[in-house]
Design a protein around this ligand. Structure first.
Ligand code: SF4
Length: 318
């Protein structure tokens, strides 16, 4: 199959993902009707956008091209992406720009805190690019951001979605010392696909990170997420669920992988809403206290409502 790409698209790719430029093109499959979302826009959406811009922030909503941005930003939910907009890894599924990042902005924690207060968030999700270039992988910057948000908005609960701090001893300890309400780290896919999908990561390193977070703060909540549609088998997902439960993970998210460009990992197939429902039922049976498994589920999608439900579910069990 021949795919024609215009020069502008080629330039844009070269700019955002230089490491993917040599990859063969794969066709982007047409989305089924259950994936369609409304185009972003409206006054409330623009209000969120203004606050994000005014504070010079990056959001994963925009950088990753999240399909839910219209809904989330209309509800003033934006997921802050700290430590810059450039990632030192080159995951095959991810649309965040890759390359050599600039220096860390020491004022960023304060800017995030001000934006969270202005947005009036009850629950904020803070994530970052991978910063393998930093001695602590960015862990202290996460802790500084947690503290800044706590000072400005003491009633806001804080969820961090961190990188794996691979090879950075003490990273998770620094983050957990700041006591986020939820520690999230996504496994993203099944171990068999790691080399192609998360080439810079190791499945057991990520699993151990989650285990360690729970060890450090046993009464905290831990969370992880998977994408489906990359060629994984249902049995492999079952095994990942068992591994996550063994690591004490409370909350599992599962969403459909959407291929950002023809140079990204090829989409194998769209899982149907019924298949997602079945994954959710199985995950709950395996003991997760909270599960979100729908085609449009993302780590931070409805994170505030899900956090409240998870807390209530734990309290009911106690
Ligand atoms: S699901 Fe998360 S990343 Fe996507 S738009 Fe909503 S808050 Fe942003």
């Amino acid at each position: 199959m021949t795919v024609v790409i215009d020069q502008n698209e080629k330039d844009r790719r070269a700019l955002r993902h230089p490491e993917k430029a040599h990859r063969p093109d794969s066709a982007v499959l047409r989305k089924p009707e259950w994936i369609r979302v409304k185009a972003p826009g409206g006054i409330a959406y623009a209000g969120t956008e203004t606050i994000v811009r005014e504070h010079g922030l990056h959001t994963v909503c925009e950088e990753a091209g999240c399909p839910n941005i219209g809904e989330c930003w209309t509800n003033r939910h934006a997921t802050m992406m700290i430590l810059g907009d450039t990632c030192t890894r080159a995951c095959a599924f991810c649309n965040v720009k890759t390359g050599l990042p600039g220096p860390v902005d020491a004022d960023e924690p304060q800017h995030v805190a001000e934006a969270v207060a202005k947005l009036g968030l009850r629950h904020v999700v803070i994530t970052s690019v991978d910063r393998d270039d930093l001695a602590d992988g960015g862990a202290k910057h996460f802790a500084d951001t947690i503290h800044a948000v706590r000072r400005a908005s003491p009633d806001t609960t804080i969820e961090v979605l961190t990188p794996d701090f691979r090879g950075k001893k003490g990273g998770v300890e620094i983050v957990m010392e700041a006591r986020p309400d939820v520690f999230n780290h996504n496994l993203e896919t099944v171990p068999r696909l790691y080399l192609g999908i998360r080439p810079g990561a190791r499945y057991y390193t990520s699993l151990r990170l989650l285990d360690r977070a729970k060890e450090l703060v046993p009464d905290g909540f831990t969370k992880s997420g998977l994408m489906v549609g990359l060629g994984e088998a249902r049995e492999e997902i079952m095994q990942v669920m068992d591994d996550l439960r063994a690591a004490g993970v409370d909350f599992l998210t599962i969403g459909q992988y959407l291929q950002p460009t023809r140079k990204h990992a090829a989409l194998d197939r769209f899982w149907t809403p019924d298949e997602f429902k079945s994954l959710e039922t199985t995950a709950r049976a395996k003991g997760f206290i909270m599960v979100s498994a729908t085609p449009l589920t993302r780590s931070s999608y409805h994170a505030d409502a899900d956090f409240a439900e998870m807390k209530a579910a734990r309290a009911a069990k106690a």
